[in-house]
Write a protein that binds this ligand. Structure first.
Ligand code: GLY
Length: 411
């Protein structure tokens, strides 16, 4: 199907044109660059190793150290600004912020190395071809691989996870988000010819498909394994409403993750899973018309109950999670390239609707507000009472990536 027809379908009653959509993309990319410029200014008066993450109640930027899971997103957004403009000033800033992360190549304390390094160094290598970046990524993949066990067939996400139901501790938790880290391993395998990276990635993806995805293609957030025999000990949630609910960002990571894994493997099982998860998300009766999901698809629904220690018991507002919409929009532009025409039209229409929603006044920040983040109204973790209805650096990163993918699809 031709892009113009997709655009008209996507708009429902409004006829979008390819030219109009190019203007939409460039206006939003320009706005993103403007916010990033102000954010860079804000970082000048701070610790040089402080990485933007969100805002506080006064609207001031909050940062993290490089060892949190999100430091790669700000450099990654700077790389998208460079890709959009080819302006060497953006490249200079992107290089500066990326290279601060070099120590992470030897980091092994949690699973998020893929997010931390592939969004920063991965984009850096893609856009510059600098071999030093390639070597740093490969070392990062070696570090990530140390967390794999052939018994569980999975990469351990966190060193420990405490159930919301009481004091029970688990020491081999694997969260659905972890699928995203596999891209670093596929890259390292391709670059080095060492198939052990790929073997780890495929094993992890197969185990996730088996244990983390429900028969209807919704997802569990956390699967806890017995390290002695690989048996599943528990399926719970860390950031969702309840163990049996579907946390919206978790489902988003699954859609994006399995789409990327299909790209890397061409194994139809992974495509079926990506499409199944996307259909579950898009066809869900609880997805609002603007396609920006509530933070959990089952929040406050009968039959779903948070653990006793979870702050989800105290929050009755069904907050939206803009970050989940941004991740899914970006994923759907890619997934639409791998499926038949009718599915492709559905995914593309949904991605375009999501992008237009995110770019509207309800979610896109006014200029120079929102701590200079681009998007408002994301949720970090309601169960932890953390980052509720705030901007988040990764929502902005995937919004910029989705704009870039949309643009590429129109050319
Ligand atoms: N990977 C952590 C999160 O999505 O919040």
């Amino acid at each position: 199907m031709k892009p113009l027809l997709y655009l008209i379908l996507a708009a429902g009653l409004t006829a979008y044109t390819a030219g109009g959509e190019m203007d939409f993309i460039s206006t939003n990319a320009g706005f993103a660059q403007q916010q990033l410029r102000h954010m860079l200014k804000d970082t000048e008066s701070r610790d040089s190793l402080a990485f933007p993450r969100t805002i506080n109640k006064e609207g001031k930027m909050i940062t993290t150290s490089m060892y949190d899971w999100t430091p790669g997103f700000f450099p990654g957004s700077l790389w998208y600004a460079y890709e959009q403009t080819k302006d060497p000033v953006w490249q200079q800033e992107a290089v500066k912020w990326t290279e601060k992360l070099e120590p992470l190549k030897d980091f092994t304390q949690h699973h998020d190395l893929g997010f931390m390094m592939y969004c920063s160094y991965g984009n850096a290598y893609r856009l510059t071809g600098n071999k030093a970046y390639r070597d740093i990524l490969i070392q990062g993949a070696r570090s990530l691989s140390t967390r794999f066990s052939p018994v569980t067939r999975s990469i351990k996400s966190w060193n420990a996870f405490k159930s919301w139901h009481g004091q029970q501790m688990y020491y081999y938790p694997v969260i659905i988000d972890n699928l995203m880290n596999l891209e670093l391993l596929f890259f390292a395998s391709r670059e080095t010819g060492d198939t052990s990276f790929r073997h780890i990635a495929v094993s992890h993806a197969e185990a996730a498909m088996q244990h983390q995805i429900r028969p209807d293609y919704s997802s569990y957030h956390v699967v806890c394994y017995d390290t002695t025999n690989g048996q599943v000990l528990a399926r719970e949630t860390a950031q969702g409403f309840a163990d049996n609910s579907t946390w919206s960002r978790g489902q988003a990571w699954g859609i994006y993750g399995f789409t990327m894994i299909y790209r890397e493997t061409e194994d139809p099982r992974f495509l079926k899973t990506a499409a199944g998860m996307a259909d579950w998300f898009l066809d869900n009766k609880n997805l609002p018309a603007d396609k920006v999901p509530y933070w959990d698809f089952n929040a406050e629904e009968a039959g779903f109950k948070p653990g006793i220690r979870s702050n989800a018991n105290n929050i009755k507002t069904k907050y939206r999670d803009v970050s989940a919409a941004a991740i899914v929009a970006s994923a759907l532009f890619e997934l639409s390239r791998y499926v038949d025409n009718s599915k492709a039209a559905k995914y593309r229409q949904a991605a375009i609707t999501m992008l237009h929603s995110l770019a509207g006044a309800a979610y896109r920040a006014p200029a120079e507000k929102n701590g200079n983040f681009i998007l408002m109204h994301s949720v970090g973790s309601i169960p932890h009472n953390a980052e509720i209805d705030v901007p988040l650096v990764y929502a902005d990163y995937y919004f910029m990536e989705a704009l870039q993918r949309y643009k590429a699809s129109l050319n």
